[in-house]
Design a protein around this ligand. Structure first.
Ligand code: FMN
Length: 355
């Protein structure tokens, strides 16, 4: 009943806390013979790493990954791959006020209510430090699905959205927001700076597109591809909504507007639209798989909020310490990783059943 593992044939387990000596992942079920070294994983961790701009937490973590097992002479052996990342920049004293009062919106109260005990240093296991382990495991998953290209980006911050007409994939890596629209990225500098200086925070929508997913991945009924993507994205800290394809907007369309008409194509049908996000009946159609993920604003803010302490007494909390002013920014590489982990698992399960 501990639920720290995800996946079926390609399965990973994460372990560790924000202020423990290290955290990591064990990836089990990875096919043998894949070329794997730390260099295949590190770039993805570097994208998620804290402290790379003034728009993220100033916690300085190198997030250097070490592979402890499952690789021999540079290739996966088919045995569990253990990945470890050391925590080097903990400042537990920053969390003395979190010990005395619950941060509204964070997991403090819920962890106490469930376990009767909590590691308040950096939020313990509820901290998004854990997402570094997901990103490391996701880098291994990508090796299982070389035919797929996964790209995520920030679509809006604080309600200020990109202009879809200005979308430029090359721009995503050029600014600290993973933003594909240079003009929006420039606006977001002032927006996020303003929130940070006010001691506040902002939410964000992250979009993701997986190209190259062949028709056939996904296992009805209880392992539908869309259901597993939603579950994977929803398991990310601070995620409060997931849409596949047009998502909620589809509910406002008529049947003919929402159809993805098909024509005969060369070897595969040609689709004239992709409202469904590349998934029908829980199975990929061969179109790009698309999803959008809503991140709430960071709960740890300097602006005082009414709350209670562990003894039930009324108080207020202004959370000091180092926090992301907009968690959705560093959520972008985490969304990509979770999509890779779902797709790798679904690919192996499809092969297992259908050959
Ligand atoms: C990449 C990333 C970084 C985060 N950084 C912070 C942070 O600095 N401060 C904070 O209060 N929450 C942060 N969060 C969100 C919390 O971890 C999350 O809100 C908390 O665990 C409660 O879980 P829930 O929001 O899913 O209910 C971050 C989330 C992500 C994805």
């Amino acid at each position: 009943m501990s639920h720290n593992s995800f996946g079926h044939l390609f399965r990973f387990t994460t372990w560790g806390e924000s202020h423990g000596p290290a955290l990591g992942a064990v990836v089990d079920g990875c096919p043998p013979g894949l070329t794997l070294s730390e260099a295949d994983i590190q770039p993805f961790l570097d994208a998620r790493r804290p402290g790379t701009s003034r728009f993220t937490t100033q916690r300085r973590e190198p997030d250097a990954v070490r592979i402890l097992s499952g690789v021999f002479e540079g290739r996966t052996t088919g045995t569990p791959i253990s990945l470890v990342i050391e925590n080097v920049d903990q400042r537990s004293k920053d969390y003395s006020e979190v010990a005395k009062a619950y941060r509204p919106g964070h997991a403090d109260y819920a962890y106490d209510a469930k376990y009767g005990f909590r590691d308040y240093r950096g939020g313990g296991r509820s901290s998004a430090r854990e997402t570094a382990a997901r990103v490391a495991a996701g880098a291994v998953a990508r090796l299982v699905i070389p035919e797929v290209t996964i790209t995520a980006w920030a679509e809006s911050i604080g309600g200020d959205a990109i202009d879809p007409a200005a979308f430029d994939a090359a721009e995503i890596g050029r600014n600290p927001f993973f933003c594909p629209d240079a003009a929006a990225a420039a606006r977001w500098e002032a927006l996020v700076d303003g929130a940070r200086k006010a001691g506040s925070s902002l939410g964000a929508v992250v979009a993701c597109r997986a190209e190259g997913v062949p028709a056939g991945w996904g296992a009805p009924l209880y392992a539908k591809l869309d259901a597993e993507l939603a579950s994977a994205a929803m398991s990310i800290n601070a995620v409060k909504g997931v849409e596949i394809g047009d998502g909620f907007a589809a509910a406002a369309l008529s049947g003919e507007q929402n159809a993805d008409p098909m024509r005969p194509g060369a070897g595969a049908p040609e689709f004239l639209a992709n409202h469904a996000g590349g998934i029908a009946g829980g199975i990929s159609t061969g179109q790009p798989v698309t999803l959008r993920v809503a991140f709430k604003p960071t709960s740890s803010i300097l602006i005082p909020v009414e709350t209670i302490g562990p003894d039930g007494q009324a108080t207020t909390i202004a959370t000091k310490g180092r926090h992301d002013p907009c968690v959705g920014i560093r959520g972008v590489p985490v969304v990509e990783a979770m999509v890779a982990l779902v797709l790798a698992d679904q690919k192996l399960r499809h092969r297992g059943q259908v050959g």
